[in-house]
Design a protein. Structure first.
Length: 487
């Protein structure tokens, strides 16, 4: 188990020793970490992480792990309840044995969850990057339930129980939770959990199907069945019968992701729309797409409003994926370059561009757009200069962030100002200039803060705005957006 203090960014810092006027054994909870543990201090100043406790509560807890500077404890009683405590919306959520581990914050009002995530973003920017945004953007929020259009469901035939389980893992366990519903999944998928259990339980391959991956588009629900052995004719017939009743599209995955194929060719294509831009994005169920389509639509619209691309400007979309941002940018800019690490995604983004460009019914005009594949974790100043001048950037990296990219940008700036120990300026950099504005979409506030520190302290930028994006309600996952402009 990892040290909880490594991830203990809190709603407010419990810097002072705990209250001494509470009855013996009671704790005042003053903060919350991103594992949704309440944080308090004993009278001697020792930090205690309490599973299930919320800020502003007085609780009793049973310590089950001790270190020199901190303890971990389980909640045993609440003596004063937080006004933000709510009844969880899922019967499988809780601290009890067998509880589902898919969500961590259902006992906290969703508005308070957003406040915690916004504070985590601000704390990370300051403590890790020494950066403070000039403007705090209003958090992007959406539906708190039925939002999860992507999910990886574990499957296991449990002989002792005489049934198959399909769902998420239990809290802090490798076992699968015994779930009947899941309110964060779309209602039609939640209602499908027990029928899926019955389906797998009826199959010859019930012991060799470890996973079902869910991918919902606007009109298609795709299920990717991972199977370790070839499926019998009877099992294939069972899958087809299930698809006919439930209205789903089966895909089969015998080995790695590159082996995924449709059970039966034909039928509608998996896709989602970005209606503000007249764009439709086809995708395969194993492609990366955002989990929450409601938030994604708002996210793209806000990112492009902040980017403010003009018809006279060239824009680079780094880590472009399927073109989720690239194609909307192409409705506004003069020229767009999308750069992505995966050759397969580059191929898909080109196909999506051509499909939308030639679909006259949508009556949209896309500017000249090119896509290239490149390892963005090995960027250098020379490579950056070779990509040409861009007026603006959009950066949407994975959890690892965009360190190599922003370091290359910062190195060029340091060389130009003659900083000590700066690397040499690339030979072709004489006419190259950095982007005036960068919109950075992040799924990890720690790597955003690291990269923001480089941009602000070594790259010549200001952080003009930042805000949280509640892409995953009831979980500890923090998405965010920040805007940087040349100082």
């Amino acid at each position: 188990m990892s040290d909880p203090t490594e991830h203990s960014t809190t709603l407010q810092d419990p810097a002072e020793p705990g209250r001494t006027d509470l009855p013996p054994g009671w704790l005042e909870i003053t903060a919350m970490d991103m594992d949704a543990q309440g944080v308090g201090r004993k009278p001697d100043g020792k930090v205690v992480f309490v599973d299930g406790a919320l800020p502003f509560e007085w609780v009793s807890a049973n310590t089950h792990r001790k270190k020199n500077n901190w303890e971990q404890a389980s909640l045993t009683a609440i003596h004063r309840e937080s006004p933000q405590r709510v009844r969880p919306g899922c019967p499988h959520f809780g601290l009890h044995a067998g509880a589902c581990g898919g969500c961590k914050m259902q006992h906290l009002h969703v508005g308070a969850q957003v406040a915690v995530k916004q504070r985590v973003l601000e704390d990370n920017l300051w403590h890790l990057g020494k950066v403070k945004a000039e403007t705090v953007l209003r958090p992007i929020e959406g539906p708190a339930w039925g939002y999860r259009y992507r999910a990886r469901l574990a499957v296991r035939h449990v002989a002792k129980k005489g049934k198959v389980l399909v769902g998420f893992h239990e809290r802090k366990s490798r076992y699968i939770a015994d779930m009947e519903v899941c309110p964060v999944l779309p209602p039609h998928v939640s209602a499908m959990l027990l029928p899926l259990c019955e389906l797998i339980g009826s199959m010859d391959a019930r012991d060799t199907c470890p996973q079902i991956e869910l991918a919902c588009g606007d009109a298609v629900t795709a299920l990717v069945l991972r199977h370790l052995e070839p499926l019998s004719a009877d099992d294939l017939a069972r899958l087809r019968a299930f698809a006919a009743v439930q209205g789903v599209q089966w895909w089969l995955q015998p080995k790695g992701p590159d082996t995924v194929r449709l059970l039966d060719e034909g039928g509608p294509q998996l896709s989602y729309a970005l209606p503000d831009f007249g764009i439709t994005m086809p995708f395969k169920p194993t492609d990366f797409t955002q989990v929450n389509p409601h938030i994604n639509r708002v996210l793209v619209t806000r990112a492009l409003r902040l980017l403010d691309a003009r018809r006279t400007e060239r824009v680079i979309d780094w880590f472009c994926g399927l073109g989720n941002f690239t194609l909307p940018i192409a409705t506004q800019a003069r020229e767009v370059l999308g750069i992505e690490g995966s050759e397969a995604l580059v191929t898909r983004s080109r196909e999506n561009y051509e499909r939308n460009r030639t679909d006259a019914a949508r009556n949209i005009e896309l500017s000249a757009t090119n896509f290239v594949a490149r390892n963005l974790f090995e960027m250098t100043p020379d490579m950056l200069v070779a990509d040409g001048v861009a007026d603006k950037w959009l950066v949407d990296p994975p959890r690892e962030g965009a360190f190599a990219l922003v370091k290359a940008l910062a190195d060029i700036h340091q060389a130009r100002i003659g900083a000590e120990d700066a690397p040499p300026l690339p030979a072709a950099a004489e006419g190259w200039r950095p982007p005036q504005r960068i919109v950075y979409v992040s799924c990890n506030p720690a790597t955003l803060a690291r990269d923001a520190g480089l941009l602000v302290h070594q790259g010549g930028y200001r952080c003009v705005a930042a805000g949280a994006v509640n892409m995953f309600p009831h979980t500890a996952h923090v998405e965010s957006m920040a805007v940087f402009e040349r100082a």
